[in-house]
Structures are given as structure tokens and as C-alpha cells.
Design a protein around this ligand. Structure first.
Ligand code: SF4
Length: 344
């Protein structure tokens, strides 16, 4: 049975070739062809007949297909990808300064059931494979090149789409290895961010196994009761435990931790909430992203007014914590944070 080329990190590919008594230099050629040059056609240059036969017999180069594309008025692009088993996941390209960040999905649905999240309403269907994660990146890149010109590039990768990435650790780690590989896409580790709801078993592995990659923690409230409602796994992996674990992580020079705070009208947007958040994070190597909630069909939560959002930011600045209000992009195609749901 064939295995997907896109599931193999560079070392695994080299080992596979060596185990089959083939020259391991073909690994560099294949990585260069498919990841650096982003060719989708088979690589035949400088590869021996014997290796080509092996590749044809043993490797499969299928990628998830783009099912639909929605382009927002602010240039955000939302893709719905169709996977081999018919499942669908979403990927979003978010424009900034004529470049793009890509928001990747890591699971079909999600087990975390965050109450503010459209995806959470689906429950977990299954984990994505490495090739299904890497495939979102490659297909999105190709679409950009074909539709918006060669100069449009994806500079940042964020695991903030459907799924809790640290709950599908092995595939996400392997995809990061491929993105980071100097032989492949060669994305710098400061350009990759993994966003987590606070799934502690995965956080512990992240520290040991994917060093240097940035982390974003969904904070959303400093109060246990409110956070329990928003992120039910807070009952199991308590915020204090998660924060104290993060505090002990030695960060490299350009590495940073971002705390995401979704602002919901009359729920977690008061002065008391802001001051408690400031107390909790002051003195830490922290950035805060404030995200005004984006209502989706069926939710009771509402978006606060701009003046409430600005006031929250002003209070945090008293605690000397760098805070950004994240401009919501792609609202008109439901591509904003917490709005992804691949149900038709
Ligand atoms: S916010 Fe993230 S972790 Fe929570 S249910 Fe949605 S996809 Fe899962």
C-alpha cells in the first residue's frame, strides 16, 4: 500500500530511501521540488530509474482538494477543503501588508466544545493527518499564485483553525517539522504559532518537542467560573496550572506567548475583568490580542461596542502589557476566529 509523501518529514523520507537501498540524496531533490518550488507534478530530474520506480510504487502525492473558495471584501480567503473520506475542513488566508497569514485546521470538528466557537458545536470527528495539514498550506499557496500573482506570499502559519492542535500532537508536530525544514518550505520557527485552549498534556509535549515555535493561549477570562463556561476543559486543566507551566518555559530570543482574549458583551468585557486580567499577566513576557466576538447563527453571545473594547485595552495598558485589538477580518464569509464550521 502506498504512503503519502506529504506525511513524511525529511528524516523519515531519507530513512525510507536508505532502508530500500536507494540513494538518500533523492530526499533533497523531492523536498526541493515539492516544497521549495511547490510543484505538484512528479519530480523526475536527476533521479535514477530505480528510485523513480520506487516512488511510483510506494508513494502517493494526493492532496486535499479545494471544494469551495469564498473571497471576502477585505481580501480574506476562506477555503473549504474536501478530504479523501469526504470530510471537509476550512483554511483561511488573512491578508496583512500585501502578504498573508494562513490559519490551518488540525482536526475535523473539535473535542473541546468551547461555548463561543462554531467549530465546537460539531464535536470531534477525527484528527487530520500530516499530509492533510501540509496540503492546506500547499494548495492555498498555489491558489494565491494562480489567482493573486506570484508576489503574494504566506509569511505566517497559525494553527488556529478547526480543532485543538495540541490534541492532535503527532500530526501537528510532523507538519511543523516539514514547514521548518531547510530542505522544504523553510519557514522560520518564529513564523509559526500554535494556538491552544490550554490542553496541558499537549502543552507539555510542545515545550519538549517543538521548541522555538510560538504559542497562543486562549485566555478569554481570568475568572474560573467564566472560563469554565467558555472553555470547558478549564475544569480539568485549570488556568493557574496552565499559566504556571507556561511561566516556567524558557523562551528563545524571538519567541513569544500571546494571550487571546475574546471580548463578549456584558460577559467578560467589564472594568473588573480588565483589571483582573492585568493583575494576572503583569510582569510576564506577554502580548494580549483582544478579539471582539463575531456573532454566528445560533449563538447568544454578542459583540461589545468599540468604546468598550478600547476602554478594556486602555485599562490593560496601565499594567504595561502590550495589547492589540485584532481587527476582525473576513466577517462576511464567517472566516473570523471561532467561526469555522465545515458543515454545509
Ligand atoms: S475554540 Fe478552538 S479549541 Fe475551542 S472548540 Fe473551537 S476549535 Fe476547539
Amino acid at each position: 500500500m502506498k504512503q503519502s509523501f506529504y506525511n513524511l518529514n525529511f528524516n523519515e523520507l531519507e530513512n525510507l530511501l536508505v532502508e530500500n537501498e536507494l540513494n538518500s540524496t533523492a530526499a533533497s531533490l523531492l523536498y526541493n521540488w515539492h516544497y521549495k518550488k511547490k510543484n505538484f507534478s512528479p519530480c523526475t530530474h536527476n533521479i535514477s530509474k530505480k528510485t523513480l520506480n520506487f516512488i511510483e510504487d510506494r508513494l502517493d502525492f494526493k492532496l486535499p482538494e479545494i471544494d469551495t473558495v469564498h473571497e471576502s471584501s477585505d481580501s480574506t480567503v476562506k477555503f473549504l477543503f474536501k478530504l479523501e473520506d469526504g470530510s471537509k475542513v476550512e483554511t483561511v488566508l488573512i491578508p496583512f501588508n500585501n502578504k498573508y497569514s494562513i490559519c490551518l485546521s488540525s482536526q475535523v470538528g473539535c473535542a473541546m466544545k468551547c461555548s463561543f466557537c462554531f467549530t465546537g458545536t460539531q464535536g470531534l470527528k477525527r484528527n487530520l493527518s500530516t499530509s492533510e495539514i501540509v496540503g492546506q498550506f500547499l494548495q492555498s499557496w498555489k491558489w494565491l499564485a494562480d489567482n493573486r500573482g506570484e508576489d503574494k506570499r504566506i509569511l505566517n502559519i497559525v494553527f488556529m483553525g478547526q480543532g485543538e492542535p495540541l490534541h492532535n500532537f503527532d500530526a501537528v508536530k510532523s507538519a511543523c517539522n516539514i514547514f521548518l525544514s531547510k530542505n522544504g518550505t523553510s519557514v522560520g520557527n518564529q513564523k509559526i504559532t500554535i494556538s491552544t485552549s490550554g490542553y496541558l498534556p499537549g502543552l507539555k509535549r510542545w515545550k519538549e518537542e517543538i521548541p522555538g515555535v510560538n504559542l497562543a493561549l486562549s485566555l478569554h477570562s481570568p475568572f474560573a467560573e467564566k472560563r469554565n463556561e467558555l472553555i470547558p476543559i478549564n475544569k480539568k486543566f485549570k488556568l493557574e496550572e496552565v499559566l504556571s507551566y507556561i511561566d516556567d518555559i524558557p523562551l528563545s530570543k524571538k519567541q513569544f506567548i500571546t494571550y487571546e482574549y475574546l471580548l463578549i458583551k456584558d460577559f467578560n468585557d467589564s472594568e473588573v475583568d480588565a483589571r483582573k486580567t492585568g493583575e494576572l499577566l503583569k510582569g510576564k513576557e506577554a502580548y494580549i490580542n483582544l478579539i471582539p466576538f463575531n456573532p454566528f447563527p445560533g449563538t447568544e453571545y454578542q459583540r461589545p461596542t468599540d468604546s468598550v473594547v478600547n476602554n478594556f485595552k486602555d485599562i490593560l495598558s496601565e499594567y504595561k502589557i502590550p495589547t492589540l485589538i485584532r481587527m476582525t477580518k473576513g466577517d462576511d464569509v464567517l472566516a473570523a476566529c471561532g467561526q469555522l464550521n465545515s458543515k454545509d
